[in-house]
Design a protein around this ligand. Structure first.
Ligand SMILES: [Zn+2]
Length: 239
């Protein structure tokens, strides 16, 4: 496999892997005002590593902050999902009001994995006044962490059990929530057509950048300059 150093990382990554990660950055660039850019000397930054599995912290925790895209994680929807944790979002199915929208089937969950289905208090998870979104990239699928192949999540509204967890990119409502949280402003009256949906373009308010390979040591890769503080440094792990 071709290995190359890129502007994003000192780790050995293939050019194809870089392309996949850059495509995820591009989703944020085209739909929100969040920009992932190479780190210069910012104090707080996102460090992408190939750790054990796919995981991220929620929001800015200060200093070097790890996001892992390990084995099995280099897929567009997974990277977009982990990045959305990094910019401050919890799982959709952890919303305090989730019981109005989904039913957790506790007996089908793998032993030791029930905490994956914890609710997050309304004080911690800001819902931005937006309604529950079955199509969110932050929603687990219906058989997540199943011990027997049966559903662990079923939707209250008919017909959505197969929809949850099937998002392949930021949903329309994910975009709305991110742009609200970061107070992204529409730029003039321009509109961008993204995925058939008319979305406002936005001014840059957030830089998410990576270290320069020439000025950093130790395999650091990516960087957030200004992203939102979080009240919790809890790390979200995935299987
Ligand atoms: Zn997650």
């Amino acid at each position: 496999m071709e290995k190359s150093l890129s502007k994003w990382t000192q780790l050995s990554v293939t050019s194809n892997e870089v392309k996949i990660i850059e495509k995820a950055f591009s989703s944020y660039r085209t739909k929100t005002c969040i920009r992932f850019v190479p780190r210069i000397d910012e104090q707080d930054y996102l460090n992408i590593v190939k750790g054990y599995g796919c995981y991220s912290q929620v929001g800015r925790t200060g200093g070097k902050q790890e996001i892992s895209l390990g084995r099995g994680c280099l897929f567009h929807e997974i990277i977009v999902h982990e990045l959305m944790h990094s910019v401050g979002f919890w799982h959709e199915h952890s919303r305090a009001d989730r019981d109005d929208h989904i039913k957790i089937v506790w007996e089908n969950i793998l032993p030791g994995m029930k905490s994956q289905f914890d609710k997050i208090s309304a004080a911690l998870q800001d819902l931005q006044g937006e309604s529950y979104d079955y199509r969110s990239i932050m929603h687990y699928d219906s058989t997540a962490f199943s011990r027997n192949g049966k559903n662990t999540i079923e939707t209250v509204e008919d017909g959505f059990t197969e929809v949850i967890g099937s998002a392949t990119d930021l949903s329309q409502m994910d975009v709305v929530k991110i742009n609200k949280l970061y107070q992204c402003r529409p730029r003039k009256k321009e509109k961008m057509i993204v995925g058939g949906t008319s979305l406002p373009t936005a001014s840059v308010t957030t830089r998410i950048v990576t270290p320069s390979p020439t000025t950093n040591s130790g395999g650091e890769s990516r960087f957030i300059a200004k992203f939102l503080d979080t009240e919790s440094s809890r790390i979200i792990f995935h299987s």
